[in-house]
Write a protein that binds this ligand. Structure first.
Ligand code: LLP
Length: 410
């Protein structure tokens, strides 16, 4: 990782351990900015992908905005030195507390997904004697051609306001006393590898912007969400530059400020999960390598059948044909058949070996849990030859620190 050896990281922090390269995160952030330099734009990093405050801090210092989905995420952004005025707030179920906190802090925009949410925001804003800046999240009904669990722009997904209802909802929003209409947004899904669905969604959004102009509703920004895919093993997603080249002609003509909400593409390939092989269990049908990370640390393979690369600390010098190479299922120690990190990987393994699961910077630690009463992993950031602990490994005592025994009255 950058200029730090894996063995030094393992010696310092033990396993399982997430490691993030600061430079890799900044490189992608700069890539986005350079690719869209021709237009007024803001990159609002989707905090959900990796919400460690050190990661947020690096992006805040570089000038990024943030896309949040809860007041917890907003608190993290503020703790990391981010500015509320560069935050957009997404999500289908914002609570009164969420809205109140966001309004008090002065966020840039609420991405609204329903009339009932609009009503609630207007009410809370009135009580606080503030005006709430809003955008409507439009569901453009385009197929993002990605895993169904991470596809969000289809009619039968819970997200957004149907394209054919959006105009009426904007007109309604314009009548509300404490609402300022500032933008329009959409997010059609995650891990998109092609540009066509983005273009299809943008076309639908542009159509609406024109209809809104005819009704005298002028917007300041258009937010195209996140969703750009990354290479985990063999995917060949469009590059950020190709993505920009495809969208720029239409966006330039529109003349609005453009927001993006990238999560995965900003951090996935900046992070790895280090894990140690504890037990080798060859059977007649399968070879299992039981490692010290599990589905509680990294749930993507179990939840989405995601395939992520697993590489040994020391790469075999003569390729995978070297003696001892076999197909291994890399599994955790949790009592579930679904607890696997990878299947049928050609590796030459011995107990005690260290493996790195790559592409783990996004939706890795952020989705981890304590299932089977397993403390969550350590998180480390690397900068050049330096490394620092940015997330302490949980202790056994942490696991039930917030729990109490039932108090029987005497
Ligand atoms: N904006 C909104 C409104 C979103 O819902 C999401 C992700 C993003 C932006 C960021 O999308 P990205 O650039 O990361 O694709 N846990 C899943 C991914 C869930 C994505 C949810 N929404 C996974 O590990 O594949």
């Amino acid at each position: 990782m950058e200029d730090v050896s894996i063995s030094e990281l393992v010696k310092s922090y033990d396993t399982p351990c997430y490691v993030y390269s600061q430079q890799a995160i900044l490189d992608v952030y700069h890539d986005y900015n350079e690719s869209f330099a021709a237009i007024d734009h803001r990159i609002c990093y989707a905090v959900k992908a990796n919400s460690n405050i050190a990661v947020l801090g690096v992006l805040a210092a570089a000038g990024a905005g943030f896309d949040i989905v809860s007041r917890g995420e907003l608190a993290r952004v503020l703790a990391a030195g981010g500015q509320a005025s560069r935050v957009v707030f997404s999500g289908v179920g914002k609570t009164r507390d969420d809205i109140e906190f966001a309004l008090t802090q002065g966020i840039s925009c609420f991405n609204v997904e329903s009339i009932s949410e609009l009503t609630l925001i207007n009410m809370v804003a009135k009580q606080l004697d503030k005006r709430a800046p809003i955008s409507l999240r439009v569901n453009p009904d385009v197929d993002a051609k990605t895993h169904p669990y991470i596809s969000t722009g289809l009619k039968d997904n819970k997200f957004g306001i149907a394209h054919d209802k959006a105009l009426a909802v904007y007109e309604h929003a314009a009548t509300l006393s404490h609402i300022d209409i500032v933008g329009i947004d959409c997010h059609i899904g995650s891990q998109l590898t092609e540009v066509a669905p983005f273009i299809a969604a943008l076309d639908k959004v542009i159509e609406l912007i024109h209809s809104l102009r005819e009704k005298g509703i002028e917007l300041r920004h258009v937010d195209l969400g996140g969703g750009l895919g990354v290479r985990y093993i063999e995917e060949k997603p469009v590059t950020i530059d190709e993505f920009a080249q495809a969208l720029l002609p239409k966006l330039t003509e529109l003349g609005l400020t453009v927001f993006f909400e990238p999560g995965r593409s900003m951090v996935a390939n900046a992070g790895i999960l280090l894990t140690r092989v504890d037990v080798l269990k060859p059977t007649e049908h399968k070879n299992f390598a039981i490692v010290d990370a599990a589905m509680n640390d990294l749930i993507r393979p179990a939840l989405y059948q995601a395939e992520m690369a697993v590489i040994p600390e020391v790469l075999p010098s003569e390729g995978i044909e070297t003696d001892g190479t076999q197909a291994w299922d890399i599994v955790g120690a949790i009592c579930e058949t679904g607890d696997f990190l990878a299947k049928d990987r050609l590796l030459s393994l011995a107990t005690g070996d260290i493996l790195a699961i790559t592409g783990a910077g996004a939706y890795g630690f952020a989705m981890s849990s304590n299932y089977n009463s397993r403390p969550r992993a350590a998180e480390v950031m690397v900068v050049g030859t330096q490394h620092q602990l940015i997330g302490k490994r949980e202790t056994i005592a942490d696991l039930y620190a917030g729990e109490t025994l039932w108090q029987t009255e005497k």
